[in-house]
Design a protein around this ligand. Sequence first.
Ligand code: PNS
Length: 159
Amino acid sequence: MTKAIYPGSFDPVTLGHLDIIRRASNVVDHLIVGVLNNQSKRPMFTVKERVEMLKKVTEDIPNIEVLSFSGLLVDFAHQTNAQVIVRGLRAITDFEYELLMSQTNRKIAADVDTVFFTTKLDYAYLSSSTVKEVAAFGGDISQFVTPYIEQRMKEKLNR
Ligand code: PNS
């Protein structure tokens, strides 16, 4: 059984993330969406909220589990018996960071491999940070996130 982890901050989950989640869930037996609990960042949504939001937007996908993790990704992979890490590549600008991360992960855990999905062209420009910025200034984010996530962002921003 192939078990993979799709890790990230997901603050919040975008349509780009969802596209990767759907495509990855089609090629592995079980996909764990791993939400990083990073104390050093100041996220818009708490890790509990991000897990809850991800569960809601992936509720129709049968082979998915949403969990939070802290510490090293490869330790989380070992704990969950996942052999594969899934990451999305939007553009060449992502490549350097992703290559460094995957090589580091392989160096510290040779039994965990990283597989990259190229982001759908429609979402190649999309990031959680830009979605937050557009939302903070009252812009329309309906092309970037699901209606449920849009609503959660509006509530967070008291709109
Ligand atoms: O959505 P993001 O913020 O691009 O995701 C980054 C993430 C969570 C994949 C990365 O920061 C991570 O794996 N953090 C856990 C700590 C770790 O294992 N670091 C070593 C890899 S170089």
